[in-house]
Design a protein around this ligand. Structure first.
Ligand SMILES: [Zn+2]
Length: 54
């Protein structure tokens, strides 16, 4: 039987598989978001520097 990847307990509620509870599901979600937001620098869709004087 699979265990909760967050706290290693046996899942109590199949609703939150593979996590044991909503709390652990939220923890995993927070980690996922934290990782995706921790992208250094802007995306490679930078506009060209075409603002010359004259
Ligand atoms: Zn858990």
């Amino acid at each position: 039987m699979a265990t909760c990847p967050i706290c290693r307990r046996a899942p109590a509620d199949p609703k939150y598989k593979p996590f044991c509870s909503k709390r652990c599901a939220d923890v995993d979600l927070q980690r996922w978001f934290a990782g995706s937001y921790a992208v250094p620098g802007p995306p490679d869709e930078t506009p060209p520097d075409d603002d010359r004087e004259g």
